[in-house]
Design a protein around this ligand. Sequence first.
Ligand code: SME
Length: 155
Amino acid sequence: MAESFIISTGTKQQQYELLIAQFEAVLDEEAGQIANMANMCAMLKEQFNWLWVGFYLVQENELVVGPYQGPLACTRIQRGKGVCGKSWQSGKPLIVPDVNQFSGHIACSSLSQSEIVIPLSKEGIIVAVFDADAETRSCFDEVDLLYLERLLCLL
Ligand code: SME
């Protein structure tokens, strides 16, 4: 299997392109979604050195923490609460340049300054949200959203 991960040093777009190619190689050898989510988190954390990257899985009408990399996180999030719960409720991605300005933000780590959350749907139903946190403000933009959505579509 593709057990070694090559870190790219190009533009953000180039970094994502190489990461996606390597993630596709991982997917070629594994069908399990939890395993693939875990490997996706590991690759993104290594490439971009974000504070936290992971998934919250929809379970019995709340979000429960799933595969992730980073500091210990809140285990359960209610629908409509925090950035994750709001993204789940609206079905839309959220880019938060400054978490301190986001009403209701749940601070699992005081180090987090910016965040991106993207819902993951299967057959029209949201089954999980992807969440990434960074220690710098305005870390995430439309380029991240585009490429992360591409990655999530592969799952
Ligand atoms: N900040 C998130 C909570 C999850 S952690 O960042 C890992 C939120 O407001 O929903």
